[in-house]
Design a protein. Structure first.
Lengths: 321, 348
């Protein structure tokens, strides 16, 4: 398994090189550069701007620029954020905990909802309960997250006053205290719920269909012939088989966990990676933007690798020797 | 010969009386098993033969109440196990019988085991379902069970998964599972059909050996008459959901009465005859959805069919010692209210 993992990690290198070329080209294709966003042209000598462009290497041929960027990148120098005037890496790392917290919370919500509903639906298909769950699921799937987020803020934050409407923590509480962590949890719940509800539908329906399919398999009949209670057959024999295809989703989720939710984070003004991403675009903060894109690409590849390794754990038939 | 000479003064282990099992197709019930009655005595091996679609498997699943829920249903009759009617027991009460008093092995060893659990777990499960012993003891029991069904390296195999074993090995595992709690009755639903010939013989020898060692009764469902001749004491011949003939194995093979049985015997390839084309029975078993209402269900394929076969439904009547058949060729198969017709037919 170690050998396999190393081989897969090495296999990522050409993929990442290709991605870096695409990311760099896309960044260069966007109009303007960081100087046109940063400096007021009415107020600064245009000759100075031109000089700075020359000095920063913006006039070099594209391959040279790419080479400069990528050599720094592989050495851990992700460039300096033109907006925050600090290393892009530090800026990103500052936002990671918030996003990770939101991602994990929303994933927990998704899992709890999906397993409860999916297992019920799978065990009692084509009943009123199953149809009601399917109805709720498709409504949750059909409502765009920005609509759901705005309505959630309106009802739960403004009208009912249950949750704060934005931010990640109360500014008045002391960092590190118990109140601080409770406040963070309070802030994260509403965006996590919106985010979690959105992906629940696919998990639930996938689990339901797989449970129905597995409940017709011969091994279920064998388990019944052994005198195993029907509840145990569903919760152990069938569920254990139905988890296998869900691992595919987990691979995608892994990248989303760090990648954050651009729209949801922005609407809730939740300071995470998603919001940073959108800000970097509007501020033409290319070093941050490129570093973020590379990070997310890497995480997607890593997520796939983790999913593949997990397959081996949940399914003995494809276990790697 | 004691096993082949059933003891009469004893309550039978299993009594099936007028069993009717139906399947729901497009909202209507159609009977796949229509009024089947028979007995299995202790330590007896009863063979059930017939073509595909004759209701053999449905009958055995009915005894275990393992019909697909919501689709298959016992619609009448009784299944008595040691005198107790088990056909109306709740699923929970049935669970204490399944795997312990009656157990079952199936046709497809490749898919009958759960792919994600170890062999050991799956054998231990049946033991832990019925006995209050520790997991450790159950593990030791499962190793010795695997040894008893002839699996080499049993202590290693318990840690392995079904996909690591061959079909014959998996069927042995199924047998180990079925005999784990020393059941009084084993229902084997075509246990050798999916296996190749040499493995078939080994599995049958194994079953026979276990039956003798554990004093277990077996209902062996098969369409291989050779298998029946080899290990069974008594044989039921089923056609289209009904029993058409029942006899001890010697009697049936020496003296088949029903034309269907006769044709089945003729369809067995024989070593001492050099034929180009094997004998077959023309036509197919009628589907449950268009079963004839009256008359003999075999009449449209029967070489000996008479006009009365279309209008008079035969019943099982005695045709010899320990031998019953349902065919209008024999006087005892005529229902009482139709006897006059028979006299009319024979006079004409």
């Amino acid at each position: 398994m170690l050998k396999y993992s190393i081989r897969r990690l090495l296999g990522m290198i050409p993929m990442l090189i290709l991605i870096s070329i695409v990311v760099f080209s896309l960044a260069k294709l966007m109009p303007g550069d960081s100087l046109s966003g940063e400096i007021d042209p009415n107020n600064t000598n245009p000759e100075y701007i031109a000089e700075m462009r020359e000095k920063l290497g913006y006039n070099d041929p594209l391959p040279v620029q790419y080479f400069n960027w990528i050599t720094g990148f592989v050495q851990g120098d992700f460039g300096k954020s033109t907006k925050y005037k600090r290393p892009a890496f530090d800026v990103i790392m500052e936002k990671v905990p918030n996003t990770l917290f939101l991602g994990i919370m929303s994933l927990i919500i998704t899992y709890i909802l999906a397993f409860m509903m999916g297992m019920y639906s799978g065990r009692k298909p084509y009943t009123l309960g199953d149809n009601a769950i399917a109805g709720i699921n498709y409504i949750m799937l059909a409502i765009p997250s920005f609509v759901a987020a705005v309505f959630a803020i309106y009802f739960f934050a403004f009208n009912l006053n249950w949750f704060p409407f934005g931010g990640s923590v109360d500014i008045l509480v002391e960092t590190g205290s118990a109140e601080y962590y409770l406040s963070r949890l309070h802030h994260v719940l509403l965006p996590a719920l919106v985010l979690g509800a959105m992906s629940t539908a696919s998990y639930t329906q996938f689990l339901r269909n797989d449970i129905i399919e597995n409940s017709r398999k011969d091994f279920v009949r064998t388990a019944r012939a052994k005198g195993t209670p029907i509840k145990k057959i569903y919760n152990v024999h069938i569920l254990r088989n139905s988890i296998i295809p869900l691992v595919t989703f987990l691979g995608f989720d892994f990248a989303a966990l760090i990648g954050g939710a651009i729209i949801t984070e922005t609407i809730f003004t939740y300071p995470g990676i998603g919001m940073l991403f959108l800000d970097s675009v509007t501020n033409r903060d290319y070093p941050t933007l490129m570093a973020l894109t590379m990070l997310l690409s890497f995480l997607t590849l890593a997520g796939n690798l983790i999913a593949d390794l997990l397959y081996g754990i949940v399914d003995p038939r494809i276990r790697l020797e | 010969m004691s096993a082949k000479n059933p003891l009469h003064n004893q309550t039978p282990l299993l009594q099936v009386e007028n069993l009717q099992t139906g399947f729901k197709i497009d909202g209507d019930f159609y009977n796949a098993v229509e009024g089947v009655s028979f007995e299995v005595k202790r330590k007896q091996i009863v063979g059930v033969v017939g073509e595909s679609g004759c209701g053999k498997s449905v009958m055995s699943l009915s005894i275990m109440q393992l019909l697909p829920p919501g689709i298959g249903k016992i619609r009448g009759g009784e299944v008595k196990f040691e005198g107790q009617n088990i056909s109306e027991l709740s699923d929970k009460k049935m669970n204490s019988i399944r795997g312990k008093d009656i157990s079952m092995i199936f046709q497809e060893p490749m898919t009958s085991l759960n792919p994600v659990f170890t062999i050991g777990y799956q054998i231990e499960e049946v033991i832990l379902n019925h006995e209050k012993i520790s997991k450790k003891e159950a593990r030791l029991r499962s190793v010795s069970l695997l040894k008893s069904v002839g699996i080499p390296r049993a202590d290693k195999i318990v840690e392995e998964y079904p996909h690591q074993l061959s079909g014959g090995m998996r069927q042995r595992v199924m047998i180990a599972m079925a005999i784990a709690c020393q059941p009084k009755l084993l229902i084997a639903d075509e246990p050798t059909t999916a296996l190749d010939v040499t493995v078939q013989a080994q599995i049958l020898d194994l079953l026979k050996g276990i039956q003798e060692a554990n004093d277990m009764a077996i209902i062996l469902i098969t369409h291989d008459l050779g298998v029946v001749a080899e290990i069974c004491d008594e044989v039921l011949v089923m056609y289209a959901g009904k029993i058409v003939e029942r006899a001890t194995v010697d009697e049936l093979f020496n003296n088949p009465k029903h034309p269907y049985t006769d044709l089945l015997m003729k369809a067995i390839p024989r070593m001492d005859q050099d034929v180009e084309v094997l004998a077959t029975i023309d036509g197919l078993v009628p589907s449950v959805m268009n079963m004839p209402e009256v008359g003999c269900r075999f009449s449209n394929r029967c070489p000996a069919a008479m006009p009365s076969c279309m209008t008079v439904t035969p019943r099982l009547g005695e045709v010899g010692d320990n031998h019953v058949a349902a065919c209008l060729l024999y006087e005892n198969s005529w229902p009482a209210d139709a006897k006059s017709q028979r006299e009319g037919a024979s006079m004409a």
